[in-house]
Write a protein that binds this ligand. Structure first.
Ligand code: FAD
Length: 389
C-alpha cells in the first residue's frame, strides 16, 4: 500500500484482517497528509431517505461508525484513547440540501430534529435561532492518531517510510521502487516486490500511475486554540455544523506526535477553509481569520467567548483530493492485473474510507462486495466520465 493516510490505513487493516500480509509505506510518515488533523468530524451528508441505499456518504457514515465503535472496544482493551468520541453533533442546517420534513423520515437514533430547548441544552447556545436543526446522536470526532496506532499494531501489517518513485508490473508480481530516508547516507534506494499494490497517495496518486486521473486539489486549513476555563463554559458543548464546523475536544496521549496538543488540555477546533487549485500546506494567518469570521457570521453570539487574536491559534493545512463527479476512486486500474487504487476521498475521508476499503479488499480477493455493481461502476477509477474530461 502506497500512502499511510486514512485510505491506506483502512485498506491495510481490512486486508490484514482477512489474513493478508501487508506492507504499507509513506513518503513522510503515517498521517503526514490530509488525514493528520487533530480530530475529524464523522457526520453524514444527508439525503432524502429513499436515496440512502445508493448514497455512498450515508452508507459510509453508517459503516464507519460501526467499525470505529468496534475499534473503540479494541482500544479500551489496550488502554489507549478511543478512536471515535461519540459526542453527537448538531447541524444548524445552514448549508444542507435536506429539511426537517425529510429528516423526520429517518430513525431517531440516526437523525432527528430536537426541540429548541433541547438544542440549546445540547449545544450551550443561547440566542441563535435553533428552530430548524438536525441532531445526529451517533456522530462524533474521530481521533486519527488513535486510529493509526491501533491499525499499525496489527501483526499482519508492516509500516516503513519510503517515497515511491516507480512501479513496474510483471505477469507474476509488481515491483515498487523508492527512496528511503537514512540518517547517515541521506537516502537509500529500496525495492519491494508484491502480489498486488494499492495506490492510496491522494492527489499524488496520478504521479505514480497516469491511469489514475489527475484530481482537483482543494486546500483547507483547520484552526484550534486552548480555551480558558471561562471560555470553555461559553463555547459550544458538542460538534456543530454550520457553513463550517467547530468542536470542543480534550487532548489525548499520542496527539502530540502529530500536532501541537498537550494531554488532557481542552481544545476548540474550527474550520475549515477552502482554496481551490492549491496543494500547498503552509499555515496562513488569513485562513485562521476566515475560520473565525465564518463561525461568527453564522453564530454571532460566540463573539463574546471566541478569542479574537487568531495569531496565537494553532493550525494545520491539508489538501482535499476531489474528482469532477465527487466520487472517490476505488478499484483496479485499466489493463492491469495487480495495481489498484483507493484515493480521491474529498472532504469526507473518515466516513468513506472504511466502506471503500472493504469493497476494495473484496474485489482484490475475488469476493462479493458490500456495494452494488452500479455503485462500484460509479467508483471505478476507469469510469468514462472522468477520462472524457
Ligand atoms: C482542513 C481539512 C479538514 C477536513 N476535515 C474532515 C472531517 O472533519 N471529516 C472527514 O471525514 N474528512 C475531513 N477532511 C478530508 C479528509 O482529511 C480526507 O478525505 C482524507 O484525509 C484523505 O485521506 P487519504 O488517505 O486519501 O489522503 P492523505 O491523508 O493525504 O494520505 C496520502 C498519503 O500518501 C503519501 N504519499 C504521497 N505520495 C507518495 C509517494 N510517492 N510515496 C509514498 N507515499 C506517498 C502522503 O505522504 C500522504 O501521507 C478534511 C480535509 C482537510 C484538508
Amino acid at each position: 500500500l502506497i500512502g499511510a493516510g486514512v485510505a491506506g490505513l483502512l485498506t491495510a487493516w481490512t486486508l490484514a484482517n482477512r489474513g493478508v500480509a501487508v506492507s504499507i509505506v509513506d513518503k513522510v510518515a503515517p498521517l503526514a497528509g490530509a488525514s493528520g488533523n487533530p480530530r475529524a468530524l464523522l457526520a453524514p451528508n444527508m439525503t432524502p431517505i429513499h436515496h440512502v441505499y445508493e448514497h455512498l456518504h450515508s452508507i459510509g457514515y453508517l459503516y464507519s461508525g460501526r467499525l470505529y465503535r468496534y475499534f473503540n472496544r479494541q482500544a479500551a482493551l489496550q488502554q489507549t484513547p478511543p478512536i471515535l468520541e461519540q459526542t453527537g453533533a448538531l447541524d444548524l442546517l445552514i448549508k444542507t440540501n435536506i429539511g426537517t420534513v425529510q429528516i423526520a423520515d429517518y430513525p431517531n437514533e440516526m437523525a432527528t430534529t430536537v426541540t429548541i430547548e433541547e438544542a440549546q441544552q445540547l449545544s450551550g447556545l443561547k440566542t441563535k435561532d435553533l428552530t430548524d436543526n438536525l441532531y445526529l446522536p451517533k456522530s462524533g470526532l474521530v481521533n486519527p492518531q488513535a486510529l493509526k496506532t491501533l491499525i499499525l499494531k496489527h501483526s499482519n501489517i508492516n509500516y516503513q517510510q519510503l517515497s515511491v518513485t516507480d512501479i513496474k508490473e510483471a505477469a507474476n508480481k509488481v515491483t515498487v521502487i523508492g527512496e528511503k530516508e537514512s540518517g547517515i547516507d541521506g537516502q537509500s534506494s529500496v525495492t519491494i516486490c508484491a502480489d498486488n499494490i494499492v495506490i492510496c497517495a491522494a492527489y499524488e496518486s496520478h504521479q505514480l500511475d497516469k491511469r489514475i486521473v489527475e484530481c482537483r486539489t482543494i486546500r483547507g486549513q483547520l484552526s484550534w486554540f486552548t480555551p480558558t476555563a471561562e471560555q470553555v463554559a461559553g463555547l459550544p458543548k458538542l460538534p456543530l455544523k454550520y457553513s463550517g464546523y467547530c468542536a470542543p475536544f480534550i487532548g489525548q496521549s499520542g496527539d502530540a506526535e502529530i500536532n501541537n496538543i498537550r494531554d488532557n488540555e481542552p481544545q476548540f477546533l474550527l474550520g475549515a477553509s477552502f482554496v481551490d487549485a492549491d496543494a500547498s500546506i503552509d499555515i496562513r494567518e488569513e485562513e485562521n481569520q476566515q475560520n473565525y469570521d465564518k463561525l461568527l457570521e453564522d453564530i454571532p453570539e460566540l463573539s463574546n467567548v471566541l478569542p479574537d487574536d487568531t495569531s496565537a491559534w494553532q493550525a494545520r493545512a491539508g489538501v482535499r483530493t476531489q474528482t469532477i463527479d465527487y466520487h472517490p476512486l476505488v478499484g483496479r486500474l485499466a489493463q492491469s492485473r495487480r495495481i489498484w487504487t483507493l484515493s480521491a476521498m474529498g472532504a469526507k475521508g473518515y466516513a468513506l474510507a472504511p466502506i471503500c476499503a472493504e469493497a476494495l479488499a473484496d474485489m482484490m480477493l475475488g469476493c462479493f462486495t458490500p456495494l452494488s455493481a452500479v455503485m462500484l461502476g460509479r467508483l471505478s477509477p476507469n469510469r468514462a466520465r472522468l477520462h472524457k474530461a
